[in-house]
Each structure stands twice: as C-alpha cells, then as structure tokens.
Write a protein that binds this ligand. Structure first.
Ligand code: ADP
Length: 785
C-alpha cells in the first residue's frame, strides 16, 4: 500500500520569510523570526535547538496546526496565504502525519480505532479503513497487539500506535515532535529505526533534543536558536514551480461523532450515571405531575360523567341568557349626568322568553337517538287529583311544598309542577333513564304514563310534605313499610268532571269526589314502586317525593285542552273561578294550569352519555343559527358549568406544578453545560489530536454535541422510566388515601415529548461549551498537559 515516491530534488515544502510572534503582556516572543527553508520530497530532517527556540512552533506551522503571522508556506509550490480553515483541515488530514512526545492516543478508543481516526474523519469506507489501519499496525510491528486497548501497551508500543496513526493515511509529510522524549534509550533506538525507515517514502521532520540520535539517523540537521535557523547541514534551494497539489476535504459523519462520544462516555460510567440522574430529575418531576394530572382529570371526568349524566340540558319557557349576563360592565362607571334613568335589572335584562313552538318540538324529536335517549317535555297543566282516605275521596297533590304554610288557592291546589318530579321516558317508550340511574327498592319500575313512583333519598328518607300532600297523616320521623306505600292509588279527574258551571258563568270545583272518582274520563294513577338513586356520587335529578312520567302531563293536557272551563277562560279576561280581573301574565298562568296551553313549560334533554352532550348542544345551537335574538331558544347546561369549573382548577394546579418541575429542568440544563465544559477541558488533548488528524471545527462541535445528545436523551429516557416506576407507589398511596385506583397514568405521547424536550434542552446547554471546544487552538491544545 505504501507507494514508492520518486527520489528527486523536489521541494514539497517551502517556508519563505515566516514570522510568528507571541505577545504576552508587554513582551513579544519571536517564535519564528524570518524563517526561510525548503524541504525535499524525501528526506529525514532533524531539528535541534535549545528549549524555547521555536522548533515546535515551526513544526506546528508546517503541519497546519498553527498559523504564521507573515511570510508564506508553499506546499508543492502552492501558496497557503489564502488557505481557508477547510483547506488546512484537509491538508492536515491528507498530507501530514503527526507524532508527539506523549503519544496522544485517545484513551477511550481501541488501538484500531485510534489508527483509523484520520480515515474516519475523511470518510474512508470501513473495509478499506480497516485494511489500511491493519497494514500500518503491521508496518510498525504491532501485529500481535492490534486488538488491545491503548492502556495495555508499553510506552514504546504506544508510540508505535501513534506512528501507525500518523502513517495510516500514507501522508507525504511526517512531523515528529520529540518522538523519543519519553522513551528509554533502547526503545528510542527502535523508534528511530522505524522513523528512518518511514522517511524512505516521505519527508520526515523531527524535532529533538538529542543531537546524538539526530546525527545517527537524520539526513539533514537544522539548528534553531531564538526563532531563527542557525545552521543547516544540507540546505536545499528549489525554484521550479510545481503543480498537481490537490486535497480531499474531511468530513466527520454524525454517526462517527456519536460513536466517539459514546465510547468516551462509556469510560466514565459513574459520572455519566450521576449526570443523567441529576438532569433527569426535572423530567421525572414533570412526568409525574403530568401523569397525576392526566389521571386526576380522567377521574374527575369519570366522576363527572357519572354524576352529571343525570343532569339534563334544560329548556324552560323563561330562561336566562348567559351572553346577556356577561356584558353588564357599564354599571361600574360613575355617571356624570344629573338625571335618574329608569332601567331593568341585570337579571331581568338577561331574561329570555323561549318560543317553544311545534316546529321546535319537531326539531327536537329529530335529534339523533344516539345522542339523546330521553327528551322529557312537561307541560304546566295542573292535575285534578283525588285520593281515598279512610273510605272518603279528598283532593290531593303531588307537591313538595308544606301544605300548612302554602297559600291555598282552591283551584291552584291541583297544580304540582315541580319540574324535578317529572321523570323522563325514553323516546321509544322504554324506561332506560330510571333503570340506569335508579334502583327499585320495592315494587317495579313504572311502565305506563299513569304509573307514578316515590323517590327516596340515599338514607331512605322521603319528603314529609309529599306524604302530607297525598293526604297521608304523618309525623316527622315516622316510618313506613315499603308495602304501605307501594300500590297507593290516586285518581286524576278531567276538568269537565271536576268543575261545574254556575248560572253566573263562573266555575266552581265540585264536592262530590266519590262520583268524580268513577267517571269515565277519570284515570287511576298507581304508585308502582319506591326508587332510589344508584350512584354513590350522585344525588340524582329527581327530588325526594312523588315522581311521575313526563307523558302524564301530556295526557292531562289532552283531556283538559278542550274542557268547558278552558274554553270559558280563553274567552274571558276575568278568572272564571274567582271572577277577579287578571292581568295578561296571570291569565296565561291560569290557562296553562287548566290545560289550555299546549306549549311545554319545560323540556329536559338527557344525553345518552356524558360525552354525547356536546353533540346535543351543537344540535341545539344549530337551531339558533341565523335566528333573531327573540326567536332563539336558550338552554341551560348546568353540567358544563360545573365541569368547566373543576377542569379549570385542575389545569391551574397542573401549570403551577409543571412550572416548578420546569425550573429543575432548566437547572439540569445549566448543569449539563458545566459538565460539558469540564469535559471540554479534560479532553483538550483529544481535541488537539483530532485537529491534527484533520478534524474541522464543526466536527469537534459535533463530538461534544453528540455527547450532550446522549446525556440528554439518556436523562429523558431514564427520567421517564423512573417516573413510570414511581406511578406504582404513588397509585398505591393514593388508593389508600382516597380510594381511587390507578390515578397516575403516564401518557406515552407526553413521555415521548418529554424525552425530546430533555434532549433538546441539554443539547442547547451543552452547545456553547461545545463551540468553545471547537474554537480551541490546536497548537495550544496539544501543548496542554
Ligand atoms: P521549542 O519547541 O523550541 O521549545 P516553542 O516553539 O515551543 O520552542 O516556543 C517558542 C517560543 O514561543 C517560546 O518562547 C514559547 O514560550 C513561545 N510560545 C509558544 N507558544 C506560545 C503561546 N501560545 N503563547 C505565548 N508564547 C508562546
């Protein structure tokens, strides 16, 4: 592989009036003071001189590790005055091999990898690289040591590795800075033999302190003092211009950078682990917070959908428009006017009368059944109710108000429209609402419109007023057997049977209740069962007391719509029972109660599932689209108000906790920066060697970036792992304390994002020290001890 170059009198290198001054404070050191010298393509030059005379400086300038201040260095006749960094990098990589006194092997790489490094930098394919490195190692006599680590070699062997590294790329110039300075005399001779052997094929320039060795081996001796050549045993002047100088640029791949960092990290396992652990704490914190917040949100949602699914979306005749409530800020401004202005109250302004038309009801009926199974439409129609108490019929109500304190307008007693007492029936007639949310304590679920139920609280208490209003004499605390109540019958009498017309034209409620009870139009309502809410989280939508089907009010309406009293009331402005004059509102109230208005007073829409509520709401919103304000139908969604509130609190807590954990993330970023900086300081020599082998600034940055990448990525993965492990004890503790199981759940998506954040942040933190590393002067780096 080592091609024989023609032995000829060609100058491969020409130094022309080179100056290099070092300024330290006031003093100027002329390390190179107008140095001019030519080197042949093939010779072994030894440079002698006292310490500090400028030998190393010249070698570094020749090798492209250091820049001259003025003059010119010509390589095969080509001036380097206009060389860019990349040209110097390529020159070092392609044309120059360096050997140092202290070998400068990269300790965390294998012998083979050390020798291959120059070729790795220039992107030589793996197979060729391995072959050339092997050849070079054989050439320096390390055939049997090839697979060892540098630390397992003797000094002489390490220097042989360094020489193999220098010649692996078959450079035309070999530069050696006191290559035997650290070796015993016997080994020194062997190394000198080797170098002399190598000088048969190339230019070798060797700095040495040892004149004996120089005289024994070198073809030419140059003596240096005070930055100037004092003596040249075999000077050479050449003036013919040469051509054919070309260079291949070097380029380290990201993969090489990663591998280099990885092997380095591997040698510092303890420190790496501590770094990764420390910088993962922020990630652990955030991951745990997120896991908890996810879990809590899930739990809250679950509880909410359990609790709130029983809360219907309500449409009332008169409703509060939330948007109208919102913009009432004008009140806060002090008025400059000296007049008083009559205004409606905010509440009244926000009041909206819903026009619940048949068209709207049709629209509701077309709502997809998968979204809302139950739509309970109730009417304000009063019911004329009778119950047989001790053999005698007497009027009763389904009301929960205290009969002793309630104002007893005789005809109003029939009205018992507490909306909460109406249970919804499935749109296909089934009872899924009650069956889903209520359990039967006694009797059965209701099936017909005339079936009523008693709703009890979780402690089996029943509103005492409801019992009183049913005509049951009861004392507070009194207990009833289920069977005392189930089967209780109530008669619902039609208006025409209940009211009689007086000759005056007014109506009066009859008193012959027992005959009313047997009229053809009279319906028998039966207490079918006693029910109680199922869920432990929910109080249920139905108030304790009597609950009846939404369809029952519809039946009452159908029966009474065309009754005589309704017709009479429709034609009169006076109350047809009391004869009193009424305003419009009172009249309309009376008509509704009598069953004269078929407009529902209240519509309750029960979403099939909590999730489905959004579809229900958007269906309702769609109706309002493009309608004028007055024609809009406003609904109340209590459940969303509640869930928005709790969701907001959860979010706020999560943000605060993440902010805290974020601080630790930033802290670990700073820590990574410090650690990278330390690593840069530690690896100064390695940076110098890499540069001597032709690494670009970019490559050096890459090596350190790769290292922080590995650390950041490792910290992310480790952090997520720890957080995941932590979720187990956290869940165990939470289950113990709150009874909630599996609260902390790590979201895989969030885990991935956190790993990315950790990697990016540490990369950012480590990038500045990495750039500093790249900027390190190779010459200074190699001088560092
Ligand atoms: P030698 O190799 O002959 O011992 P050097 O080339 O190392 O000599 O140094 C030549 C002179 O330049 C010395 O006086 C040295 O102190 C000085 N020198 C070398 N490098 C630097 C530097 N980076 N800054 C300041 N002075 C330097």
């Amino acid at each position: 592989m080592f091609k024989k170059r023609l032995k000829g009198d060609l100058a491969v290198l020409k130094l022309s009036h080179i100056n290099k001054y070092y300024h330290v404070g006031e003093t100027v050191t002329k390390a190179q003071n107008d140095v001019s010298v030519d080197f042949r393509q093939q010779e072994f030059v030894a440079i002698l001189g006292p310490s500090g005379s400028g030998k190393t400086t010249m070698l570094n300038i020749i090798g492209g590790l250091d820049r001259y201040d003025s003059g010119d260095l010509l390589i095969k006749g080509k001036s380097t005055k206009n060389f860019k960094d990349s040209d110097w990098d390529a020159y070092r990589n392609n044309s120059v091999g360096f050997i140092f006194q202290s070998y400068n092997l990269i300790s965390h790489l294998s012998i083979m990898e050390n020798v291959e490094m120059g070729m790795t930098l220039s992107g030589v394919p793996a197979v060729q690289k391995r072959k050339q490195a092997t050849d070079a190692l054989i050439r320096v006599g390390l055939k049997d040591q090839m697979h060892k680590q540098p630390s397992q070699l003797s000094g002489g062997q390490m220097q042989r590795v360094a020489i193999a590294r220098a010649i692996a790329n078959d450079p035309e110039i070999l530069l050696a800075d006191e290559p035997t300075g650290a070796l015993d005399s016997e080994t020194s001779l062997e190394i000198m033999e080797l170098i002399r052997d190598l000088s048969k094929d190339r230019l070798v320039i060797m700095v040495t302190h040892n004149p004996d060795l120089a005289h024994q081996y070198a073809d030419r001796i140059i003596e240096f003092a005070d930055g100037q050549i004092q003596y040249d045993s075999n000077p050479f002047e050449e003036d013919s211009d040469q051509t054919g100088f070309s260079l291949n640029n070097t380029k380290m791949s990201y993969w090489t950078a990663l591998k280099l960092s990885f092997t380095n990290i591997r040698t510092k396992k303890g420190r790496t682990f501590l770094t990764v652990f420390a910088s993962s704490i922020g990630i652990i914190g955030i991951a745990v917070v997120l896991a908890l917040s996810n879990g809590f949100q899930k739990q809250v949602n679950q509880t909410q959908s359990n609790t709130l699914s029983t809360m219907p979306v309500t449409i009332s005749q008169v409703s509060t428009d939330p948007s109208a409530m919102a913009n009432n800020s004008s009140k806060d401004k002090a008025s400059k006017s000296n007049q008083v202005k009559a205004e409606k109250s905010d509440q009244e302004k926000a009041q909206h009368t819903n026009k619940i038309t048949n068209k709207y009801l049709d629209y509701l009926n077309k709502m997809p059944k998968k979204d809302a199974k139950n739509i309970a439409v109730s009417y304000g129609t009063g019911m004329n109710l009778l119950r047989q108490v001790n053999g005698k019929y007497k009027p009763v109500t389904f009301s929960n108000t205290n009969p002793d304190t309630a104002s007893s307008g005789s005809m109003m007693s029939g009205s018992s429209n507490t909306t909460s007492s109406v249970y919804p029936v499935d749109r296909n007639g089934k009872q899924t609402f009650l069956k889903s949310y209520y359990k039967v304590l006694a009797g059965n679920y209701p099936t017909k419109a005339t079936d009523i139920v008693l709703v009890v609280n979780k402690d089996n208490s029943l509103n005492i007023n409801a019992l009183k209003n049913l005509g049951i004499s009861v004392k507070e605390g009194q207990k009833f057997n289920y069977n005392d109540l189930v089967g209780t019958k109530v008669k619902m009498v039609a208006n025409d049977d209940y009211y009689t017309k007086l000759p005056t034209g007014n109506f009066v409620s009859g008193t012959d209740y027992s005959s009313m009870a047997t009229k053809a139009a009279t319906k028998t309502l039966t207490v079918k069962g006693i029910i109680r809410v199922k869920s432990s989280d929910s109080d249920g939508i139905l108030a304790s007391g009597v609950a009846y089907s939404a369809n029952l009010t519809k039946e009452a309406l159908n029966v009474n719509q065309n009754s005589a009293i309704v017709t009479a009331q429709k034609n009169s402005n006076n109350n047809v029972i009391t004869g009193q004059n009424m305003d419009k509102a009172a009249r309309s109230n009376v008509l509704t109660t009598l069953g004269g208005t078929s407009t529902p007073t209240n519509i309750q829409i029960y979403p099939t599932r909590f999730k489905q509520k959004d579809s229900v709401l958007s269906y309702l919103d769609k109706y309002n689209q493009g309608k004028s304000k007055a024609d809009k139908v406003v609904y109340t969604d209590l459940a969303s108000t509640i869930s928005k509130m709790t969701g907001g609190i959860m979010d706020a807590i999560t943000y605060v906790l993440i902010a805290f954990a974020g601080i630790s993330l930033v802290t670990s970023m700073i820590m990574i920066a410090i650690i990278t900086y330390t690593s840069v300081l530690e690896r100064t020599k390695e940076i110098g060697v890499l540069k001597a082998l032709g690494a670009r600034k970019k490559d050096i940055t890459r090596v350190f970036d790769a290292e922080t990448f590995i650390l950041g990525f490792g910290a992310g993965i480790f952090g997520i792992f720890v957080a995941w492990v932590l979720t187990f004890p956290i869940n165990a503790i939470l289950e113990n304390v709150t009874g909630l199981a599996g609260v902390a759940v790590l979201n895989p998506m969030q885990a991935v994002i956190l790993v990315i954040i950790s990697t990016v942040l540490t990369l950012l933190g480590g990038h500045i020290p990495a750039r500093m590393a790249a900027k390190k002067d190779a010459a200074i780096a190699l001088r560092a001890e």
